[in-house]
Design a protein around this ligand. Structure first.
Ligand code: B12
Ligand code: SF4
Length: 262
């Protein structure tokens, strides 16, 4: 932290933005924030991320001036444009749901670190999740769901292969391919293009079917499933699924088929 502040020049710092992502990052985020307060006491700090969204009371003015809950692109831009003075009390700002259906909102042409070829490149193809699992912070982002069209996403991937040349594209969607029709069309398109890529994504085990797993394998996908529990009681309590037994049967069938195809 000390080196970063020295390299940037304390007098040139206008705002520090920190992510507090999962609860595992809480102590680290607090330590960094406190160090920034010591090094540059007049510089405001904005904090966002999943943990900040779920637990705003874990922060106060000693670590944060503005705490942003939910999607942070627009609030952060507003802070950078309006440049407000440090408030007397920590302020909690509501995020504004980011519209992931409009490809112009991200500068894909210059995506990634300039001048570097990427091994793995993280990209988002959708925002939001329609499920309401009680333990999960995603629903706190609001009820909106948006995603790129199949063709828009395929074009972005084709271009990223040219500009960044990644080996793996990892999707940061909370629930990749939430819509079966969209997912099948996307995988068909990928198959036809035969891009030199592997993929990673996270989804629900009960959205899978054997033929979908076959298609995902053909397209070189590594799929992570948030099973979350194998207890019917807990599935009910966590509101992971409305029919716990059916959910576990679906999970078993998915894992059996995944193990069979390798
Ligand atoms: C990719 C991912 C991973 C990857 C990370 C790889 C990597 N190198 O980045 C891997 C698989 C390693 C992983 C691991 C874990 N993950 Co994870 N992961 C995700 C996932 C799917 C995407 C994260 C992402 O990039 N999101 C996209 C960006 C755009 O969103 P974002 O980070 O939230 O940022 C936005 C806002 O939060 C806000 N914001 C964030 N920072 C800041 C800062 C400022 C200043 C401002 C203004 C705004 C702001 O604005 C951003 C833009 O809108 C999320 C779910 C999700 N879709 O977010 C889960 C998620 C973050 N993971 C989660 C968890 C629990 C974990 C693990 C702890 C699981 C475990 N038990 O091991 C580990 C922790 C790993 C670690 N080392 O600490 C939870 C966190 C829950 C919580 N905090 O309550 C999530 C939400 C999944 C879930 N639904 O449960 N994960
Ligand atoms: S399906 Fe996944 S991302 Fe959606 S609310 Fe449940 S745990 Fe969270």
């Amino acid at each position: 932290m000390d080196q970063a502040v020295a390299a940037l020049g304390a007098e040139d710092l206008g705002l520090v933005g920190l992510s507090c992502w999962t609860s595992l990052h809480y102590l680290g985020a607090i330590a960094v924030a406190r160090r920034i307060r010591t090094l540059v006491p007049d510089v405001p700090i904005a904090i966002g991320g999943h943990h900040a969204t779920a637990m705003p009371s874990d922060f106060d003015l000693t670590t944060c001036d503005w705490l942003i809950r939910g999607d942070g692109e627009l609030p952060l831009r507003r802070l950078c444009v309006e440049w407000p003075a440090r408030p007397q009390e920590m302020q909690i700002l509501d995020g504004v749901a980011f519209d992931q259906s409009n490809t112009a909102h991200i500068d894909w042409e210059h995506y990634g670190r300039a001048g570097e070829r990427d091994g793995a490149l993280w990209i988002g193809s959708s925002r939001g999740c329609a499920y309401k699992c009680r333990f999960c912070v995603e629903p706190e982002r609001g009820a909106t769901y948006s995603r790129y069209t199949v063709n828009a996403l395929l074009s972005i991937l084709e271009r990223l292969v040219e500009t960044r040349g990644p080996r793996v594209v990892a999707f940061s969607d909370p629930l990749f391919g939430a819509n079966r029709r969209w997912l099948e069309q996307f995988l068909d398109g990928l198959d036809r293009r035969a891009l030199p890529l592997m993929f990673w994504c996270e989804t629900r085990v009960d959205l899978m079917a054997p033929e979908l797993l076959d298609q995902l394998k053909r397209c070189r996908f590594m799929v992570a499933f948030g099973l979350d529990t194998a207890s019917e009681t807990m599935i009910e309590r966590m509101q992971k699924a409305t029919q716990p037994r059916r959910y576990l049967e679906k999970a078993r069938a998915t894992f059996d088929h995944a193990n069979a195809i390798g």
